[in-house]
Design a protein around this ligand. Structure first.
Ligand code: ZN
Ligand code: ZN
Length: 260
């Protein structure tokens, strides 16, 4: 159950991981060994339940820590070791107190899970989770997670006429307010963007950045495995291509024979 991962070995339940070994539950990870439940982190060893940690070892429940290691429940530390809740301990004292905390957390049922969702600054429907696993507002609230209602704004209609061909688009587009053909939201074109479209001969987008993002996401396969048969030999296989999709899907053996 690993999706969009490269060079990962003996690992499970991960997405967007690159070069990982002996890991479980990774999301957006680079160079990681023997870690469990890590998010947005790189170059870590033996760390668990951490978010946005760089170059650490043996960290537990840490966020935004860089360098060092052997820290528990710390935030924003750089090159520190043996800290608990950002307070420095010596090695023996650290090990003694950490065991005590873990025992307590085991009793309260807090130990063994990633940071609780109540700590996230984002509502479910503004997170990446929602893009892969969309839920209704009712379902989200029933789980005790937050939902952000769309702010109602009076969007302006688009007056500026955008030429179809990028070569005919003038610089005054940079001062114009455009309106999404899909949702009506207003958006602007910035100079670097215009330069890019001109360089690659791409026409000006007619959708707002949010709708463009959703269109791109719709091109990705879901984070889900479907039962399907190889279109060559009929063998059962698991694939992110749903059985009703038109693409031809081969098992690994038939694919290797066909391609190499
Ligand atoms: Zn839109
Ligand atoms: Zn086959």
């Amino acid at each position: 159950m690993c999706f969009n991962c490269r060079d990962i070995y003996e690992s499970l339940y991960s997405q967007d991981a690159w070069r990982a070994e002996l890991c479980h539950d990774l999301t957006e990870i680079l160079e990681t060994k023997s870690c469990y439940q890590l998010q947005g982190s790189a170059y870590n060893n033996y760390s668990i339940f951490c978010s946005q940690n760089w170059k650490n070892s043996n960290n537990v429940y840490c966020d935004l820590c860089v360098g060092g290691g052997d820290c528990f429940g710390c935030v924003g530390l750089i090159n520190y070791k043996y800290c608990i809740l950002n307070k420095q301990y010596d090695k023996e004292e650290y090990e003694r107190v950490v065991v005590k905390i873990i025992r307590h957390m085991q009793q309260t049922g807090e130990w063994g899970e990633f940071f609780p969702s109540i700590l996230t600054p984002f509502a479910y429907n503004e997170s990446v989770a929602y893009e892969y696993f969309p839920l209704t507002k009712e379902a989200v609230l029933a789980k005790g997670w937050r939902w952000r209602d769309e702010e109602r704004k009076n969007y302006q209609p688009q007056i500026y006429v955008v030429p179809d061909k990028i070569g005919e688009v003038k610089d005054d587009i940079l001062n114009s307010v455009l309106a999404c053909i899909h949702c009506g939201k207003n958006y602007k074109i910035i100079p670097q963007e215009l330069e890019y479209y001109r360089q690659y001969d791409i026409c000006i987008p007619q959708q707002c950045p949010d709708c463009r993002h959703l269109s791109r996401m719709a091109l990705r396969n879901p984070r889900k495995l479907f039962e399907r048969q190889c279109d060559q030999c009929g063998r059962d296989l698991k694939t992110t291509y749903a059985p009703d999709r038109p693409e031809t899907v081969y098992c690994e053996e038939c694919y290797q024979k066909e391609i190499y």
